[in-house]
Design a protein around this ligand. Structure first.
Ligand code: RP5
Length: 362
């Protein structure tokens, strides 16, 4: 990491221009620049698991919400000796570096995939995705499914966004924060441009809230770590048996209700561990409507799993306990594979389960 790399990564200044060179020279002249201080960063480096976790799509919002995420490009941050001692600041810097460095390798599903009936998206490079970056060529198609207009006043908002009487929010670990609006007052997806305007198949402008049950167990005879999955009717992909939060419903109640509707399993999620809360990288997402979820994890004991019987229902085509392996994690719907990885990291803390987790991640 040279000062030049750092500068290119965090600013939109064109280093090739004479102005750019002058700005770079000025920033580099600071006595306490990054290059001088990085030797002291013995406790933090790019392989810091926290930084890598933060670089995983979706997961960054679980670990913590790095401030550098929002409008990361802008002024150069001069890292002084004192700031290297500030753990929170350094975590944000390293997460920012990891996100910037690794993101182009992980195209988001909400920019590259669509759901049935959707028109093709305008192609958006990851580097152009943030709203803070002007993109003159951006003129995506507009699409809202007929079924959404048909259900106005039930699960869908009015077609005119100005008739919606609520503030548009997104969930972060720090709580709910307001999202940006476009010139027509439509909420803007916090993950950036998706190549499609309108609401697609999603009823609400802005966030559409879901809850997801993440149930794991050790198979009683085979001794393998397993996950409860459904096969979705829309895409045929393996997925967590989640669904939409009803008006005023507590998340633990949503998760238990959806689990029972889709899989027949009856499990209480009071006191379960929250694995993730925030925007889902869902192929239905658009610039103006997106999925958010809270994932609750429960690892069933032998006694609990013996009482759990399965029966497929609702949006699911099939339901089953399935061995967790890399192939499953890579092919699950939306960000669900990432959530399972986070649950595995949690299970790994238990000495009895650690060998099983290590085995399946080989
Ligand atoms: C995903 O969509 C969520 O994680 C949740 O699993 C699901 C909710 O939507 P439906 O299954 O109700 O369509 O983004």
């Amino acid at each position: 990491m040279t000062p030049e790399w750092f500068f290119r990564t965090f600013t939109d200044v064109d280093l090739g221009s004479s102005n750019g060179e002058a700005i770079f020279a000025r920033e580099k002249a600071h006595a306490d620049d990054f290059d001088a201080n990085c030797k002291q960063l013995s406790k933090f480096n790019l392989y810091d698991p926290l930084a890598l976790l933060a670089a995983t799509p979706g997961a960054n919002e679980l670990a913590y919400h790095p401030e550098v995420l929002a409008g990361a490009r802008g002024d150069v941050n001069v890292i002084s000796k004192n700031s290297t001692k500030d753990t929170t600041f350094m975590k944000d810097v390293l997460a920012g570096l990891a996100i910037e460095g690794l993101n182009p390798l992980m195209p988001r599903k909400s920019r590259t995939q669509t759901a049935p009936g959707y028109p093709p998206r305008q192609q958006v490079n990851e580097a152009d995705a943030l709203w803070s970056k002007p993109l003159e060529t951006y003129a995506p198609p507009e699409y809202t499914a007929a079924v959404v207009f048909k259900h106005e006043g039930q699960w869908a908002d009015p077609p005119n966004v100005l008739d919606v009487k609520r503030t548009f929010l997104t969930k972060t670990l720090a709580g709910d924060v307001a999202v940006g609006l476009d010139e027509q007052g439509r909420p803007l997806n916090p993950l950036g441009r998706t190549g499609l305007r309108g609401r697609g198949l999603l009823g609400r402008w802005g966030r559409n809230q879901a809850g997801d049950p993440l149930l794991t167990r050790v198979h009683p005879e085979m001794g393998r770590l397993q996950l409860l999955v459904i096969e979705r009717k829309d895409s045929g992909q393996k997925a967590l048996p989640g669904g939409m939060v009803d008006e005023g419903e507590e998340i633990a109640a949503t998760v238990a209700r959806e689990l029972s509707e889709e899989t027949g399993a009856r499990v209480s999620f009071e006191g379960a561990t929250t694995i993730f809360t925030g925007v889902v990288d869902d192929p239905r997402n658009t610039d103006n409507a997106w999925m958010e979820t809270t994932v609750l994890h429960k690892h069933l004991t032998d006694a609990e799993q013996r009482q759990t019987t399965l029966q497929v229902g609702d949006d699911a085509r099939a339901v089953s306990w399935i061995n967790v392996d890399q192939q499953l994690l890579a092919s699950m719907y939306a960000s669900h594979g990432d959530y399972v990885r986070l649950a595995l990291a949690r299970l790994q803390q238990d000495p009895a389960l650690e060998p099983l987790v290590l085995e399946l991640l080989k």
